[in-house]
Write a protein that binds this ligand. Sequence first.
Ligand SMILES: *Cc1c(COP(=O)(O)O)cnc(C)c1O
Length: 451
Amino acid sequence: MGLATDGGLLVSESIPSLSEDTLLGWKKMTYQQVALEVMSLFIDDISRQELKVMIDDAYSRFTHPDITPLVRVGDMWVLELFHGPTLAFKDIALQLLGNFFAYILKERGERIKIIGATSGDTGSAAIHGVRGRPNISIFILHPHKRVSHVQELQMTTVTDENVVNIAVEGTFDDCQAIVKTIFNDLEFRKSHNLAAVNSINWARVLAQVVYYVYAFLKLMDHTEKVYFSVPTGNFGDIFAGFIARNMIGSRIGRLVLATNENDILTRFIQEGRYVRSRSVKSTTSPSMDIQVASNFERYLYYLFDKDSQKVREKMEAFDRGVDIEVTPEQLRKTREEFESVSVDRGLTSETIKSTYIKYGYLLDPHTAVGFAAAQKLYERLTGGEIICLATAHPAKFPETVQDAISALPPVPVSIKKLEGMPQKLVVSQADVNEIKLIVSREIGKGERSIA
Ligand SMILES: *Cc1c(COP(=O)(O)O)cnc(C)c1O
């Protein structure tokens, strides 16, 4: 479930804490084993054995044996989260979410149609998360010829029957508007059992908590404290870090929240006011181009001492155009938990270049935002090791990398092999009715409604 029935977001009632002994006991575990331990603490409606099968299956499609390897780069670490099928960190959650959906639908004897709009990254990760799964069809709208070549191939070379790529003659905004209109047609939504693909599903956050714990376990014998620097858009990834920090305690230091020029969260941490930007700025780290951060509400719940009524009031007022302001006491607390820096495109590019020259390591532009922020704050992150989350493979953003280092990033095999593969897509006008027809046509047999 994405949104809760009252329009709010779901959070865990309590956050379990992990004792030093427990952590020591997990130290030698594989990623999949850590995932099973961490997620079991939050899940009571799937048996441990079934959960294990789903975890093992989800990560069998990753190309690195460590799933999320930790690499030394200069005097910091990089946690590579891009070894999944679409080379971005969203695979870590969406591969597992696909299994969860399939499991629950099978149990209930139901089918769903997932529909979503994408400017590139989320759509391809979602497609790869549910391809070939029974009881699910997925319809992803992307702006025709306006996503990058790699992104297009990652979506359209998936020829499974349950995947429908709709290339819309229009912009990403047109795609989004169409999806919204279709969702607001309650009758259509119900008769087709539509589900959304978005970043607010709690299961996605949970899957992301795992790599923070896993990375901590790798360094826990070598250092007193670990800091994480997180390139942030919708606050999903760093919110998972916030949960992990609450589970592990003071051995995880302040989280570094790195933003690009879309800096609503940086302004909040510096000034204690959450003020909507006038518009979204287009940057070289497009997956972080946001106006408001859809998961931020979850943090407010904890900041307001789990007073959900207060969160509701603040969020409703925010939707009417009122800024969210916190008390000096709350701001002090936030600053014990987070540091924040906004990194512009110039510094992003310089960071890609200098890291490549100095250490021979190539950062993608999103990762570079987090890496630059950690470098800026280096003197303040004392007494521990710094881990920068690498959220995408540089080959996904060849133009930006080329601008920075005057050479193209090496192309990984998983991208190379997409060239020349058969592609499947339907081109459509930016027209709601035409797209509704496509969605209806692909209706599966025995479809039933979740009443
Ligand atoms: C989605 C994304 C982000 C931002 O993650 P949030 O959870 O939205 O903060 C950063 N980098 C890449 C490559 C992404 O795809």
